[in-house]
Design a protein around this ligand. Structure first.
Ligand code: ZN
Length: 190
């Protein structure tokens, strides 16, 4: 088990497009260990998702997981998902707004509008194809993580910076206000 360092806002690796993972690379023990380290890091840092560029590897790998006892109790639990070379092939026109945070942007929250439903194609850690629909919280986490693979951060998706908030102020002034979280999606740190 290894906890990896997390790249923070301003590090150029967060702004690069990540390269595809090859089949050959995915079969190496070094890469499989890296994926396990990503999972350990996500859990250690209390994230609900992590993308490889956030831990200084510019490759297309993401991990997602949230348990019911996480610090986001308003959100449904998400079972562990590892996806390589993911692509969102369908975005619903229907959107939802929710608070997002990011392990690469310490102590910040902001309201982001995302598609309510998406379809994702990609591969599992053994390069078997995965094709799945996601909606609500899971769809938001997918969009946030796959954005990381394209050098995009949640702040780039914000339509109004007036909701950009430090975490203590979020807890003081915003967390209980259902009206601003129309979807019921709580803050996510991914
Ligand atoms: Zn993030």
């Amino acid at each position: 088990m290894a906890i990896l360092d997390v790249a923070k806002l301003g590090n150029p690796i967060l702004r690069k497009k990540a390269r595809l993972v090859s089949v050959q690379e995915s079969q190496t023990s070094a890469f499989q260990t890296f994926l396990d380290d990503m999972i350990d890091t996500m859990r250690e840092k209390d994230g609900v998702g992590l993308a490889a560029p956030q831990v200084f590897q510019s490759v297309q790998a993401i991990v997602i997981e949230s348990d019911e006892n996480s610090r986001y109790p308003a959100n449904p639990a998400l079972s562990l998902l590892v996806m390589l070379n993911p692509t969102i092939t369908v975005y619903s026109e229907e959107t939802l707004e929710g608070w997002e945070g990011c392990l690469s942007l310490d102590n910040l929250r902001g309201m982001v509008t995302r598609s309510q439903k998406i379809h994702v194609d990609g591969f599992n850690r053994f390069m078997d194809p995965i094709s799945m629909d996601a909606e609500g919280f899971l769809a938001v986490v997918f969009q946030h993580e796959i954005d990381h693979l394209n050098g995009t951060l949640f702040i780039d998706r914000m339509q109004d910076f007036r909701t950009l908030t430090h975490l203590p102020e979020y807890n003081l002034y915003w967390s209980g206000q259902q009206a601003v979280s129309v979807s019921g999606v709580g803050p996510t740190e991914t």
